[in-house]
Design a protein around this ligand. Structure first.
Ligand SMILES: [Zn+2]
Length: 515
């Protein structure tokens, strides 16, 4: 990126508060965590304090090109996947069964629901909301007396011999769907179901817990959900369960234990998730070390990802190798999570790199077809096999809405989750603009006053960002603006007055004042 200057112009609406004399302006590495946000749920002690806290789903309305991505997704194959995917056929679908019996009870339905439901919540699309409700209600109705929920028989998953409830992986995805549903509408049944399910997991002996290839590699997703529930209920036994999840997950703390591109993208951050509880430096630093090590070995493929194919292989390190679409969206999600846990803005830069460069290349511009694999320097994108140059044989580069199973269902959470992280709450009852995009956010700040902020920009297609703050009455709160790593000379103007501040790349400009 050649831009070095980011210009942020802030307008304060409603009140005549010209001038910056009453403003406290600082450059910080992250928001201070000495307080906890009074209005939104961050980490509960003894977990590390959250520098950033997600707002309820619906608080942020993306506009501009980000909203357009969601609309295209809804109009494209993902919004119509129930019409073409065998895994979403409702008749005899195990995810819709109260007994958990039936077919298609593996990862595909929750993969799809994760992106589909969040797109529905953000867009307020009534048809999609009604479809979402069918799958969420079925999951809620499926819980058994012992706490298990979801499919309970043969799962017919790819590359797994696990049967029935021995496979803990698909439910990890549905837990994300349920958490999002709760963050959208506050349905307390989610808390009850999750509590009962987590209690069930405490009864599973270690030698039966997170067994098998996918569950063992992806325990970090379950770990996140355990903490999500703990932050809402405070049930201390959940922290023991979290230790059990970490103990039985593959070890991402001491090196890279698995070279599957999606496992890496999804799970390299597991140690930092566990750091919230352990508070051990080795857990905090392991995720950044994993990220760098992957790119030192396989980072010649540009666009925020790496030369992964299905699995990274020695000697296959250049930009003619490819990355899986699932890997892209899981990398974005990992980066968003690590940003909220650590506050380190480098994770926002890393997320943008994937979002702006790799993900758009994995789909047709109208989002009516996708590829399994995308390679920056591959000259052909046809249906013929590129194996063994690429690890996977078959039509992996074929733009097609009917193929590519996992990616076809899973890719849909990329843009909705990105949109839900544009603005984050801070522990000092403020707001942070972390991913710049045209948007409108409404949130409680300061003494509890609700403010609306309008952000106008075509970022990253331009380097100017206009922010308009609308309040019903005067309210004091801090506003944080992320300074990306490429930006050496940010300038900020409040009501036409320049703020001279020596902000450095990878920091935040904090402006606290009465708005
Ligand atoms: Zn995939």
């Amino acid at each position: 990126m050649s831009y070095r200057i980011l210009i942020v112009t802030i307008f304060v609406g409603c009140i005549a508060m010209n001038g910056i004399a009453n403003s406290q302006i600082k450059v910080v590495d992250k928001p201070a965590t000495s307080n906890t946000n009074d209005f939104y749920v961050g980490n509960r002690a003894p977990l590390t304090a959250s520098p950033f806290i997600k707002l309820p789903i619906g608080a942020i309305q993306p506009q501009g090109w980000v909203r357009k991505q969601l609309e295209l997704q809804a109009e494209g194959f993902h919004g119509h996947l129930t019409e073409i995917s065998q895994f979403l056929v409702k008749d005899n679908n195990a995810w819709l069964s109260a007994t958990g019996e039936g077919e298609q009870g593996w990862e595909e339905a929750p993969y799809w629901l994760k992106g589909y439901s969040n797109a529905a919540y953000i867009l307020g699309n009534q048809k999609m909301l009604a479809e979402t409700k069918i799958w969420i209600e079925a999951a809620l109705a499926s819980q058994k007396a012992d706490g298990w929920f979801g499919p309970d028989k043969d799962r017919a998953g790819a590359a797994t011999q696990l049967k029935g409830r021995d496979d803990h992986w698909p439910n990890m995805i549905m837990l994300f769907c349920l958490q999002d549903y709760y963050e959208y509408g506050g349905d307390e049944r989610v808390i009850g179901l999750m509590t009962n399910y987590m209690k069930y997991l405490t009864t599973v002996p270690d030698d039966k817990f997170l067994q098998g290839y996918w569950p063992h590699n992806r325990g970090g997703d379950l770990l996140f959900s355990v903490y999500w529930l703990y932050n809402r209920t405070g049930d201390e036994w959940l922290l023991e369960l979290a230790e059990k999840v970490h103990r039985n997950s593959i070890n991402w703390t001491d090196g890279i234990p698995n070279w599957h591109n999606v496992n890496m993208s999804q799970s390299f951050g597991e140690p930092t998730t566990f750091y919230m509880q352990s508070k051990e430096e080795r857990h905090l630093s392991a995720s950044d070390r994993n990220f760098r090590e992957i790119r030192q070995l396989y980072g010649q493929a540009p666009g925020g990802m790496f030369a992964g194919d299905e699995n990274c292989r020695e000697g296959f390190t250049g930009p003619r190798q490819a990355i899986e679409t699932c890997g892209m969206v899981e990398m974005m999600l990992s980066n968003e999570t690590l940003l909220r846990i650590t506050g380190n803005p480098v994770w926002a830069d890393r997320c943008e790199d994937v979002a702006f460069n790799s993900l758009p290349a994995a789909l047709t511009a109208d989002m009516k077809a996708l590829r399994y694999l995308t390679a920056p320097n591959m000259i052909l994108s046809d249906r013929h096999s590129k194996s063994p140059g690429l690890q996977n044989g078959g039509p992996m580069l074929h733009m097609n809405p009917h193929l590519h199973r996992c990616c076809q269902h899973n890719w849909g959470h990329g843009w909705p989750y990105y949109a839900e992280n544009l603005w984050l709450a801070t522990p000092d009852n403020g707001l942070a603009a972390v991913f710049f995009a045209a948007s409108e956010v409404s949130a409680k700040v300061g003494d509890g006053t609700k403010v609306t902020i309008l952000e106008k920009t075509d970022y990253p297609f331009e380097e100017k960002i206009d922010i308009e703050i609308i309040t019903e009455k005067t309210v004091e709160f801090p506003l944080y603006l992320r300074v990306p790593g490429w930006c050496e000379n940010p300038t900020v103007t409040i009501n036409d007055q320049d703020i001279r501040i020596p902000a450095r790349p990878l920091s935040y400009i904090m402006i606290k004042r009465e708005w």
